[in-house]
Write a protein that binds this ligand. Structure first.
Ligand code: ADP
Ligand code: MG
Length: 238
């Protein structure tokens, strides 16, 4: 099945036309990276997919179902942000389980899913700590764990590593790649980091001013950039 289909998606805020005729298909299990300059609409596109914003026109289909108007919690997606957005008064365990609990899952299922995610992310020693007692990298792992717990068919990451230092960024990047392999889930990942894009992506989507400029595998874009703009993003010599 197809994880995501966007057809002629447009999004305006008042007179500001932010997303312009976006057409994109993401296959099941695919890792797709969105790149593009600040302000080009990457976060808005993720939010439209997540249902945090509604498209002004066009259709969004997830797992074969059109989801325009469907609330975020019912879309089968989970989103990981740059700011971890953890609840400071809750333990790691409760932060990770909260979404699933709010979905109405029984207690033992929540506990089981949290244990599984904590194991995958090496968070078992930290389950009873609060976010303030964790490092930045550990907090981001909790935020990723919170997404895994809900067993989404599509993960959306919005620049999840940009608050981490270089060494942690590399470690966490490797972890996300490993998660992608073991979960066999579809992932859409926004970054402005070329290395992240080149190493994580099955396909890269280059956005510019609210439009898709080019889509292709990292090697296709590197070897055959459509223009200087794409070449500039992916580091190919021009
Ligand atoms: P990116 O994530 O690529 O940096 P964004 O999607 O955050 O870009 O923003 C794209 C454009 O949409 C920017 O010009 C931004 O100011 C505008 N925008 C985003 N959200 C809103 C909003 N809620 N209201 C008005 N304008 C917005
Ligand atoms: Mg953004």
């Amino acid at each position: 099945m197809t994880a995501l289909i966007l057809e002629n998606v447009n999004k305006s805020f008042g007179k500001t036309h932010v997303l312009k005729d976006i057409n994109l298909t993401v296959e099941d299990g695919e890792f797709v990276v969105f790149v593009g300059p600040s302000g080009c609409g990457k976060s808005t596109l993720l939010r439209v997919i997540a249902g945090l914003e509604e498209a002004t026109s066009g259709t969004v289909s997830i797992g074969g179902e059109q989801v325009n108007g469907t609330p975020p919690a019912k879309r089968g997606i989970a989103m990981v942000f740059q700011s971890y957005a953890l609840y400071p008064h809750l333990t790691v365990k409760d932060n990770m389980g909260l979404g699933l609990k709010q979905d109405g899952a029984p207690k033992d299922q929540v506990a089981q899913q949290v244990a599984k995610a904590a194991h995958m992310l090496d968070l078992e020693p930290y389950l009873s700590r609060r976010p303030a007692e964790l490092s930045g990298g550990q907090r981001q792992r909790v935020a990723i764990g919170r997404a895994i717990v809900r067993d989404p068919r599509l993960f959306l990451f919005d620049e999840p590593l940009s608050n981490l230092d270089a060494a942690l960024r590399m470690n966490t990047r490797v972890e996300i790649a490993a998660l992608h392999r073991s979960l066999a889930a579809s992932m859409i990942y926004v970054t402005h980091d070329q290395i992240e894009a080149m190493t994580l992506a099955d396909r890269i989507v280059v956005l510019r001013d609210g439009r898709i400029e080019q889509v292709g595998s990292p090697m296709e874009l590197y070897n055959n950039p459509a223009n200087r703009f794409v070449a500039g993003f992916l580091g190919a010599p021009s």
